[in-house]
Unconditional design. Structure first.
Length: 359
């Protein structure tokens, strides 16, 4: 009875905290001839919105926010598995944002803010994702990137192994500076922002997404093994005003209950295949390989009985890569957790050996 009373109190305190907000009501336009898997699949779009107008490439949004993180989650209700698709923010989305509106940069990260539906901006990106990839969206969550910082600070940080040095170029000196060294860290909100947003890599957005995979693995491990209902309540109270969603609190808790039934080894994450290109005057956009993309989506994000042909995707073809094409085989978050533990142990052993030699 005490537990039920506590749960009801938590619910009553935060039930109204989550709403659609500026993102609006989802009404994705889909093709009835393309099967989505029926009740077997539940498809959730998660977006990290960045409102930093000072960041290069985002000043044209007039404070409406760019989608800095695009993550498509598909929950298989039959097999209790989750497949996660990382969509690079620089993905070339065509010259038409929607209903004849011309693109500024050619990149998908501007579609949410600048598309034709300014009352329900979620439909701008949902319809573009369906046009490009034929991926249905059942619900959405948008998170102000500031929420990541606030959430992690409220959690006291999470344990994460950073797989390589995170560096940046000082705009004044032109020299490379160390931001987060490789190794095991207790990652706070400020450090998480550096890890999630840094693009100082040879393959820019593509490598950044791999770094984010390590963060997701550490976050999932922390949420599933260290958090209690009271912890969730406290976090929800802190970050609710940073979040817009089509889900209510009971539905969010329902997703969490489903996650508890899924082992990290059953959560598969993969990046879209492609690479940097210059298309229609837009420099360094992420050009998705249509053939490889169709294979990936049919294997991991569609019912085997209902594949979607390559030519039915709304992706451009015939362009040239500047530095070659990347194909990600994907990995499980369980594998990433194990890899982080091994890397952390190896680094610790190396430090111990070095200290012994010095002594």
């Amino acid at each position: 009875m005490a537990g039920c009373a506590s749960a009801y109190y938590f619910y009553s305190q935060i039930a109204d905290a989550f709403d659609e907000g500026d993102a609006g009501t989802l009404n994705q336009q889909t093709d009835p001839d393309i099967e989505s898997g029926g009740d077997r699949f539940y498809n959730l779009l998660i977006m990290g919105i960045d409102y930093d107008a000072d960041d290069e490439g985002r000043d044209y949004s007039n404070g409406k926010g760019m989608t800095d993180v695009l993550l498509y989650l598909q929950i298989d209700r039959v097999n209790y598995t989750i497949n996660a698709l990382q969509i690079p923010r620089d993905t070339y989305a065509g010259e038409d944002i929607g209903e004849g509106i011309s693109t500024h940069t050619g990149k998908i990260n501007e579609v949410f803010a600048n598309g034709p539906d300014q009352t329900n901006k979620i439909n701008n990106i949902a319809n573009k994702l369906y046009q490009l990839f034929k991926l249905p969206v059942d619900d959405y969550i948008t998170i102000d990137m500031q929420a990541f910082k606030t959430m992690l600070n409220n959690m006291g940080g999470i344990e994460m192994y950073v797989p390589w040095d995170i560096t940046a170029i000082n705009p004044e000196t032109g020299e490379e500076e160390m931001l987060v060294p490789q190794g095991q860290h207790r990652v706070s909100g400020d450090t998480a922002e550096v890890i999630l947003r840094n693009r100082n890599y040879g393959t820019a957005d593509y490598k950044r997404l791999e770094t984010q995979q390590y963060f997701y693995a550490a976050l999932v491990k922390s949420l599933l093994t260290e958090y209690t209902l009271a912890d969730y309540y406290n976090t929800c109270k802190v970050v609710a005003h940073y979040i817009n969603t089509s889900l209510d609190i009971t539905e969010l808790w329902g997703i969490y209950a489903t996650l508890l039934k899924v082992n990290p080894e059953q959560i598969y994450i993969v990046r879209l295949p492609g690479g940097a290109a210059n298309i229609n005057g837009h420099k360094f956009v992420y050009y998705v390989d249509r053939e490889s993309c169709a294979q990936l989506l049919n294997e991991h994000f569609r019912d085997a009985a209902h594949p979607v042909a390559e030519e039915d995707l709304g992706l451009v073809t015939g362009e040239s890569y500047l530095y070659g094409m990347n194909i990600d085989p994907g990995r499980t978050l369980g594998g990433l957790v194990a890899e982080q533990s091994e890397d952390a142990s190896s680094a610790q052993s190396a430090q111990s050996s070095s200290a012994s030699s010095a002594a």
